[in-house]
Write a protein of this length. Structure first.
Length: 488
């Protein structure tokens, strides 16, 4: 036996040992971040199953149990997102990609399921899950003994799952799935009080607008796959947000960017797709706060921020964003001043800020737009949650003073001549003639075309039916004649 002290080993450089330690540390950090990122998505998804499955089987949970489960799910996701944010800050916001699996792969095309944690997605998840948790606490008391209590929280959990899926998406395919979750939950919550015809009509209007503009995101996903063979953002962009570069050729990048702008216009209620937003206030106040004051209305802006390298490669798309954003801000600011109910005023105020955010993104102010989104979402959601009690307080104040409180303070419109102010007032009352123009120029012609197609189809069916009836009648006469001949 050779003594142990006589065994000579080759020297190991200290640099190699240090490198191995750093690799182990990096691998451990990646595993921790992966677990936390998956938790952000799994927590609201498990909550959806926990409260939705008993309701589906006819045994809905008690109100307190429902609110506690939903609150626990969103709180868990919020704490996980804070932990990821802390780790990313310590690592200088280095992007972490979590590969969950591959949906399908055909030839050189593949659709992967990936989540990404970076300087854009993690702060966004922090405030979105925090707001969902806040709205859950408010809604538990607001909807007490409401017949659709469990249905509301099922849709809230579905919305939270879709929002986190969209924000954490590492590919345009996963982003589209989360985008659709937002659309269906938004539609169902607008029509929550389905016994009211106005709520149902508002839900149908919003759903129609979503469907029209979702074509843009779907077509953009197809174009991305055609350009790079995958929907992964790693193959579309190089670098980390907000300094990533576009890897798609400029011509295809322009088409994709314009399609993304078109999709974002519908979800963020930009002109001419804005008339659904004031009507969306037919839903419960908690859903109005979380959807149309905070998160859903900024979903389009988030997609544009995520894909902003494509906008950098397309001057036309950036100009389009600035024009649409400034036009929407001016339109909503004027129309919002003549509204007679508080929720409609807040809806147009949200539309104004969304338009300004679009203009900021078009000008390349990425971090400014993200800060604007977060601050506006928090402020507007709290305003909408406060609106019912604010109206009650104002009525009590008017009763105590013995009359109306009077007009508001000074505004820029007072710089205009009186005639211009009166004309602007009339235009604002008609909501800028947006709906009339859409009915005459878009909806009306399309509706008449569909009616003509339906009439042509019915005429074709009638002609086929008449020809078939004639053939059947001739066949019947032939059979009768043969029977008569046989009797003879």
């Amino acid at each position: 036996m050779i003594p142990l002290q006589n065994i000579s080993l080759p020297p190991v450089p200290l640099a190699v040992l240090a490198f191995d330690g750093l690799a182990l540390q990096a691998g451990t950090a990646h595993d921790v971040i992966s677990l936390l990122v998956v938790t952000q998505l799994a927590a609201p998804a498990l909550t959806l199953v926990a409260i939705g499955l008993p309701a589906l089987l006819g045994w809905p949970l008690a109100e307190r149990t429902t609110t506690r489960l939903v609150g626990a799910g969103f709180t868990t996701a919020f704490l996980a997102s804070l932990a990821v944010l802390f780790v990313l800050i310590m690592r200088g916001f280095a992007t972490e990609v979590v590969h969950v699996g591959t949906w399908f792969a055909v030839g050189h095309h593949e659709a992967t399921i990936e989540l990404v944690a970076d300087g854009l997605s993690v702060p966004y998840v922090c405030f979105s899950t925090g707001l969902c948790s806040l709205v859950n606490a408010f809604a538990g008391k607001y909807l007490h003994r409401e017949p659709g209590f469990t249905r509301f929280f099922v849709l809230l959990a579905l919305f939270g799952t879709g929002m986190n899926l969209m924000v954490l998406a590492g590919s345009i395919d996963v982003l589209f799935a989360g985008w659709e979750f937002l659309g269906i939950s938004s539609t169902l919550l607008i029509g929550f009080f389905h016994e009211r015809s106005n709520a149902v009509k508002a839900a149908i209007r919003a759903f129609t607008t979503y469907r029209i503009c979702d074509v843009g995101l779907l077509a953009a996903a197809v174009m991305v796959h055609r350009a790079v063979g995958s929907g992964d953002f790693e193959r579309i962009f190089a670098g980390t947000w907000p300094n990533a570069e576009c890897l798609v050729p400029s011509g295809e990048a322009t088409v994709i960017a314009i399609l993304l702008v078109f999709a974002a216009m519908g979800k963020s209620a930009q002109v001419p797709f804005s008339n659904w937003l004031p009507r969306a206030m037919e839903g419960p106040t908690p859903s109005s706060a979380i959807f149309y004051g905070a998160l859903s209305i900024h979903a389009g802006a988030y997609v544009l921020l995520r894909c902003e390298p494509l906008l950098d490669a397309s001057l036309l798309a950036r100009v389009m964003l600035v024009v649409v954003g400034v036009g929407t801000a001016l339109h909503a600011s004027a129309v919002g001043r003549v509204q007679t109910d508080l929720k409609s005023m807040l809806a147009y105020a949200s539309m104004t800020q969304a338009g300004i955010i679009f203009a900021e993104i078009g000008c390349g102010l990425r971090v400014v737009a993200l800060v604007h989104i977060v601050s506006h979402a928090i402020l507007r959601s709290l305003q909408i949650l406060r609106s019912p009690s604010a109206l009650h307080d104002r009525h009590e104040l008017e009763a105590a003073l013995g009359g109306h409180l009077g007009a508001g303070g000074w505004s820029l419109r007072m710089l205009l001549p009186v005639g211009w102010q009166q004309g602007l007032y009339r235009v604002s009352l008609e909501r800028g003639f947006e709906e009339m123009a859409a009915m005459r120029l878009v909806i009306g012609p399309v509706w008449r075309l569909l009616e003509r197609i339906a009439a042509a189809e019915q005429a074709w069916i009638d002609w086929l039916g008449a020809e078939r009836a004639s053939v059947n009648e001739n066949a019947r006469d032939s059979i009768v004649n043969r029977s008569d001949g046989a009797r003879r």
